[in-house]
Design a protein around this ligand. Structure first.
Ligand SMILES: [Zn+2]
Length: 745
């Protein structure tokens, strides 16, 4: 067989050193199925040649990928030739496609001192072998000898759906950014990009037959009353470009065209496909909107089929996402056409009408050789015969689908919603929730409730990046990274090889890799949770260094640490109340947020807060004013944790004295989830009562120095519970009322 040859020629010559030894561990993410480390290393030099098992465009492109990788670092240049002409000893990189290898996306990467072989049954496998090879290279590409350790890796993915989603409707992102997003997916062997293209707040895909979809539907006049128009859409040419770009990186792009709900942008352009006829405007507020496509109007289906026909022409994906989530039935209940449809088909209710809607669309897509996937609401009222389910409201949708022998992709909000917070403090705005890197890593896509046979219907898992609160591209990257790296291991690596502490070590190199590729990502701070610690005298205080190869800088006066602040090297001696603020500084210049720990010095005899703990189901703190407490006690911090709560529904009364050091105008802030009330000197100062999420209410009061009796009532009925009391004055920045200011007499 004729060999296609690419010569890699090094510009600045260096000494050939085949015995260079890599000191770095194998920081591969996702961790491969089988790794065998052998002796020696392969050194890239001016006599390194790439050979191909056959001269196909695909293999040539894959070889280009290797050579351009080195070219990017401006060390290497490529020369092509049809046969190896050099008389000098050379080292080889061989890309081999073997038709007898059946497993898709699998590869063998064999690195010997003068020979690297990547063998696979398909291009995807070779591509993934190359990604692994890249990760083995040192991040410092300027060093003299670029070498990789000798190793034999046999690798294949655990799941066939390794997805990441992006919502470009709530905020629009350019083609350039979408490509950068795809690049990082591919580098971590993710193979599915779910492109959320239509929403209430924006229609982002050009449809030639219905130009108003983008003329009108792609722009909203404002966002959450900010008064600023926001819009954007992709032309069909741009979409083709992105799909092809993704294909070259072995990523399938799954378009999502939302129906029957989340369709206000489309209805603002074509109100005739709604139940009421409109008029509508493109959504400006987040949430679920009542106006949806009319399920009783055949013209609606003609419209959607026309749209989907153009979508199918652009996206070769076998599977098309049709949304199906959060569709209110309000309009259908009073629409003559919808009710007539229910009657004529003998449907039970509007849920069955939704099921009819999805099934009719499915039938159309099936007739064109495509399949549908939808959010788990498509289970309601009966699942369409060939539909796959994307389980987002927990895992039950995925379980129900798999038990009914339908394919499912697991994407539960708890672990896979990357619009959630990654840390408790100092984070950029998120929609809510709390999903740490470790939590993502711990996710197991196959629910325990499924037996072996049913488990086969779990295609994989997917991260979703909704962008209601994410406007900028660096913010998108921050939410995605490094959590996607954890998910890549969940969906690729064998379950039994997953190990978080090992992953935590391997990820350090990737902070460098991501930095070099100019991605933004979260750097773990030394202090994750801003909290109050109590000391009764001197105490050595230890700070955590979250990344080995980093520096922690801190301050003790509550100011923001900067590059001139003290470097943490050993435990700090604390003997008076302080606020410790600390940041992680990576070698590559990236910095974490600065969270604070306040340390309070308390005198055990005088300091303290008396509490009474109640249990019961209440809607207001006044409901337990006359109830007998379950227990009483004394604590030092105004903390629910210290009360040691036993039931989900409970109330607490805190009593004691607050010491005010200097006279002045004070503002108190009482935050709680659910309700609370704050009394000072027997007067109700703050009323934050009632059932609600985390909410802050403030009040001002003129105080002289001295001790003031106080009471705080708090109760929890549903959801999370939290309570916080802060204060500020003209001379003092807002901070929590600390333990050394509470007295019991
Ligand atoms: Zn209707």
């Amino acid at each position: 067989m004729k060999k296609f040859v690419l010569l890699l020629i090094l510009v600045p010559a260096f000494i050939l050193n085949t015995h260079a030894k890599s000191k770095e561990p194998l920081s591969i993410i996702p961790w491969p199925a089988k790794v065998e480390i052998t002796k020696g290393s392969f050194v890239f030099n001016n006599n390194t040649i790439i050979t191909l098992s056959e001269e196909t465009d695909e293999l040539k492109n894959l070889a280009d990928l290797i050579s351009s990788y080195f070219k990017q670092t401006s060390i290497w240049k490529i020369y092509t030739s049809t046969k190896i002409k050099t008389k000098k000893p050379y080292s080889l990189i061989t890309l081999q496609l073997k038709n007898d290898i059946q497993a898709k996306e699998s590869y063998v990467l064999d690195i010997q001192p003068n020979l690297i072989t990547i063998t696979a049954g398909d291009g995807a496998g070779i591509f993934y072998g190359i990604q692994t090879l890249f990760q083995l290279l040192p991040t410092d590409q300027n060093q003299k000898n670029l070498s990789v350790p000798c190793v034999r890796i046999e690798d294949s993915p655990r799941f066939k759906w390794r997805g990441v989603h992006l919502d470009v409707c709530r905020h629009f992102f350019t083609v350039e950014f979408v490509k950068k997003y795809i690049d990082v997916l591919a580098a971590y062997k993710m193979n599915t990009f779910h492109w959320h293209l239509t929403e209430d707040q924006g229609w982002r895909i050009e449809i030639k037959k219905y130009p108003r979809l983008t003329e009108i539907g792609s722009v909203r006049k404002e966002t959450m009353k900010d008064g600023k128009p926001h819009g954007g859409f992709y032309t069909q040419e741009q979409i083709k470009d992105v799909v092809e770009y993704a294909r070259q990186r072995y990523i399938n792009v799954v378009p999502e065209i939302e129906m029957p709900g989340h369709s206000q942008a489309a209805l603002s352009a074509y109100p005739e496909f709604s139940c009421t006829g409109g008029p509508f405007e493109v959504g400006t507020i987040w949430g679920v909107i009542e106006d949806v496509y009319c399920a009783g109007n055949d013209k609606t289906f003609e419209f959607l089929q026309d749209v989907l026909a153009e979508v199918m022409a652009l996206f070769p994906s076998q599977i098309i996402h049709i949304g199906g989530d959060e569709c209110p039935k309000t309009r259908w209940k009073v629409c003559e056409k919808c009710q007539a449809r229910i009657k004529s088909l003998g449907l039970k209710d509007e849920h069955e009408l939704q099921s009819y809607f999805i099934q009719r669309i499915e039938k159309f897509l099936n007739s064109k050789g495509r399949k549908i996937i939808g959010w788990d609401e498509i289970l309601e009222g009966g699942l369409a015969p060939n539909a796959a389910v994307m389980s987002w409201r927990g895992i039950d949708g995925g379980i129900a689908a798999a038990k009914a022998k339908h394919f499912a992709v697991m994407s539960p909000g708890t672990h896979c919603y990357f619009d959630h917070y990654q840390g408790l403090n100092g984070e950029p705005k998120a929609i809510g929730g709390y999903t740490t890197l470790e939590k993502v890593y711990a996710y197991e896509p196959v629910p325990e409730a499924l037996n072996e046979e049913e488990s086969k219907y779990i295609m994989g898992a997917q991260a979703n990046v909704w962008t209601e609160y994410i406007e900028k591209t660096d913010h998108v990257e921050y939410m995605l990274l490094p959590r996607m790296l954890a998910l890549s291991e969940v969906v690729w690596s064998p379950k039994e090889l997953r190990n978080y502490s090992d992953f935590s070590e391997r990820i350090e190199k990737h902070y460098d890799i991501l930095s070099k590729k100019n991605y933004n990502f979260r750097v773990p701070p030394p202090v994750e949770e801003s909290d109050e610690y109590l000391i009764t005298g001197k105490k050595m205080f230890e700070l955590k260094k979250p990344i080995k190869n980093s520096i922690v800088r801190y301050t003790l006066d509550g100011s923001e640490p900067n590059e001139k602040s003290k470097v943490y090297s050993s435990p700090i001696m604390i003997s008076k109340p302080v606020v410790i603020k600390a940041r992680t500084y990576l070698k590559n210049g990236r910095v974490s947020s600065a969270n604070s720990l306040s340390i309070s010095l308390v005198y055990t005899l005088q300091n303290g807060i008396n509490y009474k703990y109640y249990e019961g189901d209440w809607n207001s703190v006044t409901d337990f004013y006359s109830v007998k407490p379950i227990k009483t006690g004394k604590i030092n911090r105004l903390s629910l944790r210290d009360v040691k709560i036993k039931e989900k529904r409970f109330g607490v009364l805190y009593e004691g004295f607050i010491k005010i050091d200097k006279p002045g105008q004070y503002t108190f802030y009482l935050s709680s989830d659910d309700g609370s009330k704050f009394f000072l000197s027997n007067n109700e100062l703050i009323d934050n009562d009632g059932l609600h999420g985390d909410k802050t209410v403030s009040a001002q009061i003129q105080l002289t120095a001295g001790k003031y009796p106080f009471k705080i009532y708090y109760f929890n009925k549903t959801g999370d519970y939290s309570l916080k009391l802060e204060f500020e004055s003209t001379e003092m920045k807002r901070r929590i009322v600390s333990a050394n200011q509470f007295f019991t007499k």
